[in-house]
Design a protein around this ligand. Structure first.
Ligand SMILES: NC(=O)c1ccc[n+]([C@@H]2O[C@H](COP(=O)([O-])OP(=O)(O)OC[C@H]3O[C@@H](n4cnc5c(N)ncnc54)[C@H](OP(=O)(O)O)[C@@H]3O)[C@@H](O)[C@H]2O)c1
Length: 325
């Protein structure tokens, strides 16, 4: 097939381009987590949540490096975790062993393009550096383009990362080897279990289910607290009852061989209290509304990944800070 050179470049997705231009695999020593020479780009909540798990997996504090231009973030990370901090990728280049085996991108998506340019200029990466991103809504094509590399893995954790109880959706293009996928998985497991998706578009569904999911659960707990109070309970006591009910039910659902319908049937006796509750909720459209909400999150995630003029105009000030969960 003959293609005009420029068009050929335009038609090939960035990670494919690296594969086509460099079909022979990138050769390097096998990498394992405890011997990994890597740095976090961004010393915020995500980096802080991952560090204890990395230490549990055999990394020492001085093996963990963080780049963050903000002095307050650097001292917080140093005090809390005893890790090595750098004000810029240039400083990292000057003081640490570079190029890096791996980088974990944990900055807000809107600061990523600048941070990527700075890191590339500082020369902290090699063509075999594995780039792992937890940035919401930043596609692997975009990561590949900015990093000039097809070795990119995308991950979407959730708010429960703060206590190591997140679930993380992961995607890697075919340019990433099985060995690097396993390494990225080991890194992300510091936040809780992981689920790989086959197609990148499915990351929007991951965002809609588990990325935004904690807020759905909190909303439900809030409703139970409020209604418990109306029914005569102390609101904090109502919340404790609701929280443990949610935690216990989740654990039961996780461990039971029964389907959700079968579990519901166990507690929903005919004309009983649960039956009355579920009938009323159904009649009020609670479950359909809930599903419509998940659909709206999916739609918004797709919009934010490829902003049209309408999407940007409709997003208000949040767009200036990049996609928000
Ligand atoms: N937190 C969550 O529950 C969660 C869940 C899923 C996905 N994520 C994603 O994970 C990413 C990180 O989230 P986070 O909660 O850790 O954010 P965060 O707490 O705001 O941390 C990001 C850090 O990177 C710093 N930074 C800004 N520019 C930089 C640069 N050029 N080089 C290095 N560092 C720079 C930020 O400083 P400033 O604050 O001053 O900008 C901040 O200290 C985001 O993309 C977010 O969407 C977060």
């Amino acid at each position: 097939m003959m293609l005009h050179r420029d068009r050929w470049f335009l038609q090939v997705a960035p990670h494919r381009l690296f594969q086509v231009l460099n079909p022979s695999k990138v050769h390097r020593m096998p990498r394992s987590l405890p011997s990994l020479n890597f740095a976090f780009m961004g010393g915020g909540n995500m980096a802080s949540a991952m560090i204890p798990g990395l230490k549990d997996r055999g990394l020492s504090a001085d093996q963990i490096m963080i780049v963050d231009p903000f002095a307050e973030a650097r001292s917080r990370m140093q005090e809390k975790h005893g890790v090595r901090v750098f004000e810029s990728t240039r400083a990292l280049r000057a003081h640490a062993q570079t190029p890096l085996d791996a980088a974990i991108w944990a900055v807000k998506p809107n600061t990523f393009p600048l941070a990527a340019v700075q890191a590339n200029e500082a020369g902290v990466f090699h063509r075999s550096t594995l780039h792992m991103s937890v940035m919401a809504g930043t596609s692997t094509d975009s990561l590949s383009r900015q990093m000039g590399s097809g070795l990119v893995v995308r991950a979407m954790p959730n708010q429960a990362a703060a206590i190591g109880q997140a679930i993380t959706g992961m995607y890697a293009p075919s340019t990433v080897s099985a060995e690097d996928r396993a390494l990225a998985e080991e890194v992300m497991k510091t936040l809780g279990p992981v689920e790989w998706v086959e197609h990148e578009a499915q990351m929007h569904a991951v965002t809609a289910i588990s990325g935004s999911g904690p807020a759905y659960m909190f909303q439900m707990l809030k409703a139970m607290r409020e209604q418990g109070e109306r029914l005569g309970l102390d609101p904090d006591q109502a919340l404790r009852l609701a929280v443990q009910t949610m935690a216990g039910s989740a654990e039961l659902a996780r461990n039971s061989a029964l389907s959700m319908d079968e579990l519901i049937a166990q507690v929903r006796s005919p004309n009983g209290t649960t039956h009355a509750a579920l009938e009323t909720m159904d009649a009020r459209g609670v479950f359909e509304g809930f599903k419509a909400g998940i659909q709206a999150a999916h739609h918004r995630s797709s919009e934010l990944a490829s902003p049209s003029p309408t999407a940007v105009a409709g997003s208000g000030p949040k767009m200036s800070h990049g996609p928000a969960l």
